[in-house]
Design a protein around this ligand. Sequence first.
Ligand code: ZN
Length: 67
Amino acid sequence: MDARLAAARPLTRADRCDRCSAAARIRATVAAGELLFCGHHVRAHLDRLLAAGAELHPPPERGLLDW
Ligand SMILES: [Zn+2]
């Protein structure tokens, strides 16, 4: 699968957080693949994701802290 196409696909209600199965709010693309996070877990792991060079969709500066 083309990683850029996968990253561009909007998240839906069927997409669940990989950590807790809540509704996914962010898709994180890392070298090993793709992870989905709810607002709670993307905040919990944001520093490590950015340190790992993860590409986040949508970009977290767009309202992440309002969740
Ligand atoms: Zn979660």
